[in-house]
Ligand binder design. Sequence first.
Ligand SMILES: *Cc1c(COP(=O)(O)O)cnc(C)c1O
Length: 382
Amino acid sequence: MNEVCLRDTVLEVDLDSIAYNVKAIRKMVGNEVAIAAVVKSNGYGHGALDIAPTIMENGGDYLAVATLTEALELREKYEKYRIFIMGYTPNEQLEYIVKGEIIQTIFSLEQGIILNELGKRFGKKPIVHIKYDTGFNRLGFQDNDQSIEEIKAICRLENLHVEGIFSHFALAGVDEDKLQYEKFISAISKIEEDNFKFKYKHICDSIAGVNYPQYRLDMIRAGAIIYGLKSYRSDELKLKQAVSFKSKIYHIKKIKKGEGVSYNYKWRAPRDTIVGTMPFGYSDGYPRNMTDKGYVTIKGKKAPLIGVICMDQSMVDLTDLNPVAVGDEVIIYGDGSNNSVSIQEASELGATNKNEIVCRITRRTPRIYKKSGKIVKVLNYL
Ligand SMILES: *Cc1c(COP(=O)(O)O)cnc(C)c1O
């Protein structure tokens, strides 16, 4: 039995689209390249726990997250999946990694030693991937000889399984990306001189994984493309956006020309206007800077938002639409068809990127999961 949905602002997630995307990615990379499906930030807003099985049953090999808390949430529900933290975990929290059999990124000999010891203490052999910085300058061993020596020392730790080494592209352009790739390969070959082999070498995220087949190595870390969010020009990969963000009209009123709407009367009616009020705002993840730019879609027609976007509510100009009633459905984001705002367009209007548009959708918005057009789960976080 599904829970009753007690909110009319909802995020619908089409599990068939996610399955389709994972299969398409598998087809693109072939069977020799592993897919680490990136489900950080609650699965880019889609709900990590409820999309994980769809991902893993359709070709995903790893679930990759950014933080320990995200990893533990997944581990609590899924005993078997391989869960990989791509970010840093402080020393004092590393025992949770070992106990939870989570694969951890490290970029210091110190953490290698700590994990090696914790493994002994808990009777486990922790698995790590080494992060190697080839120029992004965020996390990782810096590209120099001392780092190579330290990595070799990590690889010699007996109770540690050094399964992979990875880097991350800045995507600053074809030439600079190539330079990063070459630095990475050169460092790996120096480390592997020592009779050591990494099972997984990886440097590609979604964009690089699509644009640079020659750089895929043993694994890609695919985030955006799992969700059908495209950020590249290649037509090789056909994807389906998995989410639609929906709400309803809760209140309708007529106002006179010259009256203001919302804070500061930043918007004033240029004519007699029919105003609709909808129960979503920036607290639901709708960008406040959509003020004066955003629109929603009602019965297939575009309707401009008016006035400053509030925390919990937004207003829409209904004057030019056929009669709209309280309770009518509003499409906040759709797949771009039927005049809906796609995630791509939302990112342009909101002056951000597609990943931010979806991952900022908060827990106040219930997730509704669909399969074969039917609702299979309603998830009320609150
Ligand atoms: C988030 C992240 C990814 C996935 O990025 P997409 O552009 O969404 O594919 C890959 N690698 C690392 C290290 C990340 O932090």
